[in-house]
Ligand binder design. Sequence first.
Ligand code: PHE
Ligand code: ZN
Length: 881
Amino acid sequence: MSHTHAHVEIRREDYTPPDYLIETVELRFELDAETTLVSSRLALHANPDRVGRAPELRLDGEELKLISLQLDGVELAPERYRVEEKHLVIPDPPERFILEAVTEISPARNTALSGLYVSGPMLCTQCEAEGFRRITYFLDRPDVMAVYRVTLVAPKSKAPVLLANGNRIETGELPDGRHYATWLDPFKKPSYLFAVVAGDLVALNDRFTTMSGRKINLELYVEQKNLGKCDHAMASLKRAMRWDEEKFGREYDLDTYMIVAVDDFNMGAMENKGLNVFNSRYVLASPETATDDDYQAIEEVIGHEYFHNWTGNRITCRDWFQLSLKEGLTIYRDQEFSADMQSRPVKRITDVRLLRSSQFAEDAGPLAHPVRPDAYLEINNFYSMTVYHKGGEVIRMLATLLGPDGFRKGMDLYFERHDGQAVRVDEFVQAMADAGGRDLGQFMRWYDQAGTPVLTVTDHYDAATRSYQLIVEQSCPATPNQPEKKPFHLPLAMGLLDRQGRELPLRLSGETGGDSRSRVLELREAQETFTFTGVPEKPVPSLLRNYSAPVKLRYDYTEEELVLLMTHDSDPFVRWEAGQVRAGQVILDLVADRQQGRGMALEDSFVAAFRTLLTDAKQDRAFLAEALTLPAESYLAEQMEVIDPDAIFEAREFVRATLGTRLAAEFQQTRAACAPSGPYRPDDGLSGCRRLRNLCLSYLMAPGSQPAIDAAFGQFRSADNMTDSIGALMPLAGCDCPERGEALRMFYEKWKGDRGVVDKWFTLQATSRLPGTLSEVIALLDHPDFEFTNPNRVRSLVGAFSQSNQVRFHDASGAGYRFLADQILKLNTINPQIAARMVTPFSRWRRFDAKRQEMMKKELERILAEPGLAKDVYEIAAKSV
Ligand code: PHE
Ligand code: ZN
């Protein structure tokens, strides 16, 4: 490790309670984009629970200019404190004292978007995880909780709106056209939940009456031009508030709930107490500019941040290793909310798809870490798929193991015991164990062991005794620092079908009665055998219903068995999965054919099964669209020993084009049957129909015939909504035809004033599989609308190309790799968090052939050699190489 990279590793086992606590915080901001003055007044005292004597006070602080410092009202002499690069140290303070500091910061120069920064017409903050220390000196850790009183001062013309957490208790005018507002948040909170916003904004207002009859003001702040795009977010908020009351008995606790939409934001949104700050893409929507997926994502993220008020804010994390305590739990809650608002099976399928394409890849590579990590250099790098989405699956397994009532009791007990506290994952699981009367000791391994477990299932039927054995073995591959794994405690939901597809009763030997057709087996050992009795014939096992555990399942199904499950199983997830497994087999066989220079041919039986599904009018449209979507290139890649991006792409395209040709009539028919009958409404219950219709179009476009191109271009021109517009433009953007350029031009001309839509325009081009895509992407870096300082824009071009265009990013020339490394180095100085996230595609280098390995490693080394590399980027690159 070179000197400049001597970053300190923070380890979970090194936790000690804070030496000092802060009871109250008073802040005064004199807001100005260039220079903001922050005056703080902290009431500190030595922590009675500290380990040993409290020798010195070490406050966190970064990029701050200290203007003045007073202790108990007296200016502190220079020999009584030290300013270090990241700390303010007071060697010998009293037991209890008031510390007053004035610091100067520059929002306009804050391109990292952590702390106080400028976004469009406003100043706003982002403090999670460690952004508060970029505002003032503080004990910036989640187990230091305080009551905040905040005064904002700004010129009224520039910032008519002044917002902070809690309740507005005072406002007034000041000389020189300035005004102020004072806010008090009565709830104790950690600094990461602090927020202020000041700017030229307007609000959409609404009301919500809680279950106990309290009236809550709902305020959604946006730029004037976006006021017409807020209705869906507001409606989603009200649904989320009602849902948390009904499902978890949780009521909102302040009198006002505020949401602010900002264009420049590192993540999706932030749950600051009473004042959520949102990436504008998760707020703004109109039929013309947002797709059905966008509408869905808004509802989900609005729900997520709202649910944090109880799981995150009222009960928060003791330290950042416990991040999944709030994030895994809140992901589970938002998934359940969305499932209740739409088709539950389709929601589950979408969530599993995401988990398996992104989290599994993370868990299989050098960045694998447990849901509760053991160590980090930069906590921002651990807002990961594993902490969020695997963490959500872990909560889901608890819900499956305890059942709905047991889980609800556990949640109630958790809230009852820990409201107002900063706790660990252990406290949560203990509440579940106590409420359910269960030992969850072994279950804790899900938090401590990384890697995706593999379940290998074999079976044996004995006709003489009419008994059926299911033999389940579990194993988990080694991950960094964890060579050996112990078995997990997990729920395996299952059923058995006879050869006609009827469900059989599930009676385990030794049981009497018991006539259930679906049950949850609990696994605890490396190998276990379950013997079912009274089984009349050799059954087909339906395994991992509703995807009851985040594992890879291995069972050797025949083609007939998969078709039986696809057509007959009572569990929609298993029906979908059987089709995916079958399609995966077909494509991977073709990959092998292509690699060995054999011609590719698609089996008739596959086409026939596909036709049956496509023409099954009884199927739910949204479900059908999922079932007819082939496994993604990235998911297929996961299943190969050595990833061959070209062969995967070509085999998958071959299947799409063959289906598009051989089933053209059926695709046209289904597409016509789904034609819109009236103007678009986002909540008209027809989103499944639109999805299916657009999927049919993309199959028809796959062989690239002129009638299909005409149909796509026709849909593109006549669409009255963004879903259908994108549904046509996406296949056009992947088509080497004159209509492509024309449609993309028309689209840009129409939407060039709309940030969100322009992001889509960049992404469409970045994800086109045409061979010239990389040169187009490089040219787009110089487009007047491209900005390195806006995270959404960077993600829409650089992120989309490197993470969602496997075949072009992994171009055999290595040009895609050079491109990405260049952009990472550029972003390193602008926004280290975003730069670090862009490194992940390189972390998969070991999965590719020797030549690609070499080239990717070279780029990682080039990144690591950069002087002044941010620790965010350093951590990901160093672990990857
Ligand atoms: N806590 C936010 C969420 O999950 C995510 C976030 C993390 C936002 C860090 C900003 C910075 O809802
Ligand atoms: Zn969250």
